[in-house]
Design a protein. Sequence first.
Lengths: 243, 384, 289
Amino acid sequence: MADLRFENLVKHFGGVHALDGVSGHVGEGEIVGLVGPNGSGKSTLINVLSGHYEADSGKIVLDGEDITDRPAHRIIEMGLARTYQIPRPFSTMTALENVSVPLMFGSEPMSPGAAREAALEWLEFTGLDAYADEPVSSLNLHQLKYLELARALAARPRLVFLDEVLSGLNPAEVNESIEMVRRIHASGITIVIVEHLVRVVTSLATRIMVLDRGRVIADGDPTEVMRQPEVVTAYLGKRAQSA
Amino acid sequence: MKKPRPWLAPAATLVIAVAMWFYPDLVDAAGWPIFYLLFAYTVFFWTAQASSWNLFTGFSGYFSFGQGAFYGVGVYTVGVMVVKRGWPLLPTFLVGGILAAALGLSIGLVVFRLRRLRGEIFALMTLAVAFVLGAVARISSTIDGGQGIPLSSVPTPEALGTHPQMIFRLGLITAVLAVVVAQVVQHSRLGWGLFSIRDDEDVAETLGVPTFRFKMIALGLTGFLAGLSGAVHALQVSYVTIEEVFNIRVPLMVILMSILGGTRHWMGPVLGALVVHTMSDRLNRAGLEAVSDIIVGALLILMIVAMKEGLYLRMRQRPLITAIGAAVGVAGGFVLGPLDSAVTHLGYTLLGAVLGAMIPVGSRRQRPERGAPAAQAIEEVVGG
Amino acid sequence: MSLWAQSIVSGLLSGGLYAMMSLGMSLSWGVLKIINLAHFSFILFSGYITYQLAFSYGWDPFLAIVVCVPVFALAGMALQWVFDKLRISEFESLLLTFGLFIIFESVTSAIWTADFRRMDTVQNPYQSQSVWLGDLALPVPQLAAFLVALVIALGTRYLMDRTDFGRAVRALSQDRDIARAFGIDPHRVAMQLAGLAAGFAAIAGVFVAMSRALFPGLAVEWFGIVFSVVILGGLGSTLGTLIAAAIVGVVGGIATVIGGPPLAPLAIFLVLIATLLFRPQGIMGRSAT
């Protein structure tokens, strides 16, 4: 069960209200798309929900438990993982070592030796097993994004936040990544996907939340939501992705 | 993909340690100069200090300039408790280690809670704390009061032999302890957690690494090992003063030795301690003290610029040329002299090996250039 | 009462020298992201040159400024050029310059030995002279240092606010890539700034030589003072450096009255620790996210 609810999340940076009272929920088995123009607060919301940032106010409840002020390493134990928009691999480690780190921690920690063995499975899942012993500096962007995925999945999450996994990829890579997301979902993991490519999100997601300037302006069925006047206005004049 | 065998290094180290326990008897029987024991002790001392420093700083990336504080606590615990209060020696060593660990944990408790205290700011903080500690010790007459503490009349356990033999053995214990702890940590979850903190602490935290707890453990271990080694060292220093103990030399040396040898592997500080001390000892003996310091500074620069992985990993990548260099060094030693001491021969051998390893010939494995040294380094680490 | 007043005044005057020592470091660290420990070596070396010029050639110490500033400005520029070529990170610069610092200390020790070096009253007539403000003594070397520091600070402020160079520096410190897009050559600006910082260090060294005896290990004593001033003032801020230097100077002065000379560095380090804990961006710095 992965039932995530958040109420009235507020987060300021100096004078900027990145999140201005954001509420919503993610139910088990969903693929929730999180969209909105630049600066709407999508990444900040992910950062707050995954414990990377502390919310200034508001509540986060996972399966009935209040996890609002939990440190990030506890949140992952409870099954919430995330990837980073710009991949942040451990730069001095190989691909295999990167993936083995989360396996050594979390709710079912393994010894370093066992973690290395298990990590190979996750590399295979994302098709990176050939690069197991390569330093991450030799991987390209697409591979690094897959490494991010493998690493997040190795933490055995029930819910994973995918932060712009498609950005910077060429069309062929985008299609591969979409397939990867579907595979992850099929394996029983709930997904929240932040994406600029609205067309892609509409086809992937079971539900869409639209953020604009730190507020939720729409939440519901993908096609209906994207036709709502407020949503169209929010995107009007912005660079609309029309791939 | 080589399977790591984490038990191998500690086992080998302990075997070597047991063998070395009897080295003083060998020196005695063979009629070799006592200096061989004292030289070895000093290498042990620096090995313990550098290994303990590297355990926290090298592995986690949090640069500490405060090694002097831990060392100082160890020295002064013995000085104050044994000399002024008459405590028995051996338990006081442990107390010195524990107090230094407590100091480390207190610093960590305050500093690690504050997210913004990263990097160079953390380094400055440790420098400041070390200094403040020394200043407080100088001002407080219960500790030092500016007078210093004479240590020559401390009663020492006879079971360990004469003074040089005893100091050798005590130093051996502290060095072995520090090295074995570093070995165990390196291959443990703690070690991997620290390495991931070094690479990207925020990401490590979100992947489940309990960053605060691990940093505290590492810092506590550093403090204990450094304090223990410092406490033992009090016996070697006949008169303890604030200037001698709380100066920049200890932190500077451990930084240099670890960076020279390599901060990513437990063997780095060991090799660094051996090379730096041998070299500076021989140069000082030849009256070239200034040269020794200049070389120290130049080596530090060279490491930062050209050899970030450090000497140990570099030698492992170039075993053949390192061996050739060592052989040339030995030969050169016989030619150039002076042929006064085994330590001089050691010096030449090390010098040859170091210079050999530094030559930029192709390494044993071909690796992509970008980010190669450090990444290669971890490859090697995991492999063995 | 007058003892307190004197200590505060002396502290303020010392603050002038501290500001001179720290301004270069603040600019270098704040703008160039280089922590240059060789900066301390420059100060000391400049002091030794001042001493030597007075000792061997009878030069008035103030004249040494004419020699020292260009020499060290060039040294600073050369060092920065090397940093740029090697693409040294902020952290590596700390260690690398640590190596330079060690080398410098060795060299000064080799040339001038570990003995204390001080200009006598013939070579440096100023050391025993004071300007009197009622009951308060303002020793000439410290007073001169204070005034020169003010001039330097004001000059730097003008430089940063009103000149093209200053605008380039500010652009560089905010966003290197955007600055480059506007035609600013970061390497050249960095070199010029480094030269300026080293020049300030050289001037500080001259005044140090006028105020006290020199010995090779002296530079280490300044670490605490300069880092306290730089952090308290806020990296890259001229005004911050001035204010912080005054505060640190007065704190040191009062501490000396209360507990004697050993208490002064302790108090100053405590200032550093407190700043790092409670306001690491300093007086004039912006809050870090």
